[in-house]
Design a protein around this ligand. Structure first.
Ligand code: NAP
Length: 509
C-alpha cells in the first residue's frame, strides 16, 4: 500500500500552520524536475499531487502506435541524467516514460508523490502568505509555495463536428489509445495530420484494410535522422561522458539555430525560406503523384506551427489502401465521415488526432489559481492577454510558480523546464536565506519583460503573413503568439543565470 506523503514526518512542514512547504501539482516531467531540484537543494518538505494513478504525464498518456520523440534522446532528457540505455537515437514513448520513472527512483522523488489527487482550485491567503489547495474530494492542503506543473498538451481537444457522438463504431483520441482494439482488416478514418497523426499513419497503414486521412492543414515533414543504438555493447559510445556532452551540444545547437531563424524571421527571412525550400523539395521527392504532393506539401512557412519529422509518413500516401481527403468534413454519421461534397466514408474506427487544449482558459494550469484579492489567473489572462514573467511567475500571485507559463515554450521540454525550475529554486533559496515568507515578482519588472516579449513576438514568423492559413496553435484567440518564447533556448538559459531573483520582492515574516 502507498503511504500518504503528507503523513510522513520527514516531508511534513516544520511550520505548524502548513501541511507541507511546497505543493507541486502534476507528476509529469515538469513536476518531477521540480521535485528533484528541491531534493538537490535539501528542501525535503514537498508533495507532488498527481491526478492519475501513475506518474509520467505526456508519455503515460500517449501510447499510440509509433509514439516516439522528435529530437534526439540525448537532448530530450535531464542535463544531470544523460547516461541512459536508449535503444534508438529518437527514443520510443515507452522508453521516455521508463526514463522518467528511473529518475524518480534514482533521485528519491517517489515517496513525495501522492496519486489519485485531483486539484480543483488554490487560493492565496495574504495574511499568512500561504496557499490553500482544494482537491475534488473536499480535502484542503496548506503550503507556503505552489508550483503548477500540469503541462500544456495534456487535455485532449475533441473536434466540434456535428454528429460526433452519433458514430456507432469505435472512436478514440490519440492520447486515449485502446490497445485491446484489433486494427487488422478494419476500415479506419483519422482526423488531423499533426505530429501525433504523422507517427500513427505509417504505423497502422500496413495493418488496416483501408485508411482515410482527413487533412485540414498540411504539416511540414523534416527528415528523421533516427537509428538503432546498442546500449549494452562493450564499446557503446554512451559510456563516454565526452561523447554524450558533445552529442547533446550539437543537438542543442541545431535547435538553437532553427529557433534563431524562426524568432528573427522578419530580420532574416531568407534563413527560414532557405531551409523551407530544401525541406519542401525533399517532401515532394517522397510522393509519386504530383497532385498528392500539391496537397501534402504546406503552402505556409516552415516554423509557423510545429513541424514533424518522419521518413515514412509521406511514402505511406503512395500505398493503395491509404487515401488523403482534403474536402471539409460536414458531419460524422453513425457509419463514418461525410464530407462537404456529399461523399460518405464508411469506417469501423475513427481516430481523433485533433490535438490538445493549449492557450484556452482552464489549461496550463488546469486548475483555478486565486491570487491577491481573489483574482483568478485564467480570468486575468483572458481579460489582459496571456503573460508571465520569464515563464514562471505573475505579479499578484505571490509564492506561486509555473513550470511552463505563457511566452516560454521551446522545442525541448526538458531544457525549458530545467531552466524554469532553476529560476524557481533560486527564488525559494533567496527567501530561505533572508528568512522571509513571501516572494512576488515586481510589477515594473514584469511589465518591462512582457513589453519586450510582445515586441519580439511581432518579429517572429508566427506573426508574419507567410503563416496565414497555418492554423497554428501557437496563436491564441486574440492573435497573440503566446505559447513560444520569442527568443532562443540559450538566451533563456543565460538570462536565467544572470537575473533570477533580482526582479522579485522578498518579504513577510
Ligand atoms: P495538433 O498538432 O494540434 O494537430 C491536430 C490536428 O487535428 C491538426 O492537423 C488539425 O488541423 C486537426 N484538426 C483539429 N480539429 C479539426 C477539425 N475539427 N476538423 C479537421 N481537422 C481538425 O495535435 P497533435 O498531432 O496531437 O500534436 C500536438 C502536439 O503534441 C505537437 O505539436 C507536439 O508538440 C506534441 N507531440 C509531440 C510528438 C513528438 O515529440 N514526437 C508526437 C506527437 C505530439 P489544423 O492544423 O487545420 O488545425
Amino acid at each position: 500500500m502507498r503511504l500518504d506523503p503528507l503523513e510522513d514526518p520527514e516531508i511534513q512542514a516544520k511550520d505548524a500552520d502548513l501541511d507541507v512547504e511546497t505543493l507541486i501539482v502534476g507528476a509529469g516531467i515538469s513536476g518531477i524536475c521540480a521535485g528533484i531540484g528541491l531534493l538537490r537543494k535539501s528542501l525535503t518538505s514537498f508533495v507532488l499531487l498527481e491526478a492519475k494513478e501513475e506518474l509520467g504525464g505526456t508519455w503515460r498518456e500517449n501510447t499510440y502506435p509509433g509514439v516516439a520523440v522528435d529530437i534526439p534522446s540525448i537532448s530530450y532528457s535531464f542535463s544531470f541524467e544523460t547516461d541512459y540505455p536508449w535503444t534508438r537515437h529518437y527514443a520510443p514513448g515507452h522508453q521516455i516514460q521508463a526514463y522518467v520513472k528511473h529518475c524518480v527512483q534514482k533521485y528519491g522523488v517517489g515517496k513525495h508523490i501522492r496519486y489519485g489527487s485531483k486539484v480543483q482550485r488554490s487560493e492565496f491567503n495574504a495574511q499568512t502568505n500561504t496557499w490553500s489547495t482544494h482537491l475534488d474530494t473536499g480535502e484542503v492542503i496548506r503550503s507556503r509555495y505552489l508550483i503548477a506543473a500540469t503541462g500544456l498538451l495534456s487535455q485532449p481537444k475533441l473536434p466540434k463536428i456535428p454528429g460526433l457522438e452519433s458514430f456507432a463504431g469505435k472512436s478514440m483520441h490519440t492520447a486515449r489509445w485502446d490497445h485491446d482494439y484489433a486494427l487488422q482488416g478494419k476500415r479506419v478514418a483519422i482526423i488531423g495530420t499533426g505530429a501525433s497523426a504523422v507517427q500513427i499513419i505509417p504505423s497502422i497503414a500496413p495493418k488496416v484494410a483501408h485508411l482515410s486521412v482527413f487533412q485540414r492543414t498540411a504539416t511540414w515533414i523534416a527528415p528523421r535522422g533516427d537509428f538503432e543504438l546498442n546500449p549494452s555493447a562493450a564499446l557503446a559510445p554512451r559510456k563516454l561522458p565526452i561523447y554524450r556532452t558533445l552529442l547533446r551540444f550539437f543537438s542543442e545547437l541545431s535547435l538553437e539555430l532553427l529557433t534563431l531563424a524562426i524568432v528573427n524571421y522578419r530580420r532574416f527571412p531568407f534563413l527560414v525560406r532557405g531551409i523551407g525550400g530544401v525541406v519542401r523539395s525533399g517532401m515532394r521527392r517522397q510522393l509519386n503523384d504530383p497532385e498528392l504532393a500539391e496537397k501534402l506539401v504546406p503552402n505556409y512557412g516552415l516554423g509557423c506551427k510545429r513541424p514533424a519529422t518522419s521518413n515514412t509518413y509521406l511514402p505511406t500516401f503512395n500505398r493503395d489502401n491509404v487515401s488523403l481527403v482534403t474536402t471539409k468534413i460536414k458531419a460524422i454519421t453513425p457509419s463514418g465521415v461525410q464530407t462537404d461534397d456529399g461523399e460518405r466514408h464508411e469506417v469501423d474506427l475513427l481516430i481523433l488526432a485533433t490535438g490538445f487544449l493549449t492557450t484556452e482558459q482552464g489549461n496550463g494550469p488546469s486548475f483555478q489559481v486565486h491570487g491577491l484579492e481573489g483574482v483568478e489567473l485564467g480570468q486575468y489572462w483572458e481579460a489582459h492577454r496571456l503573460q508571465s514573467y520569464a515563464g514562471v511567475s505573475m505579479p499578484g500571485f505571490p509564492n506561486f510558480f509555473l513550470t511552463a507559463g505563457p511566452y516560454s515554450g521551446g522545442f525541448n521540454w526538458f531544457a525549458m523546464v530545467e531552466a524554469h525550475v532553476d529560476h524557481i529554486l533560486s527564488c525559494m533559496e533567496q527567501a530561505r536565506l533572508q528568512g522571509v515568507t513571501r516572494i512576488e515578482v515586481r510589477r515594473d519588472a514584469h511589465a518591462r519583460y512582457m513589453s519586450e516579449m510582445w515586441a519580439r513576438a511581432e518579429g517572429t514568423i508566427f506573426k508574419d503573413s507567410s503563416c496565414q492559413g497555418s492554423n497554428s496553435y501557437y496563436l491564441d484567440r486574440h492573435g497573440d503568439a503566446a505559447l513560444p518564447l520569442p527568443r532562443t533556448p540559450w538566451w533563456r538559459h543565460f538570462r536565467n543565470k544572470r537575473t533570477k531573483t533580482k526582479d522579485y520582492d522578498f518579504g513577510g515574516h
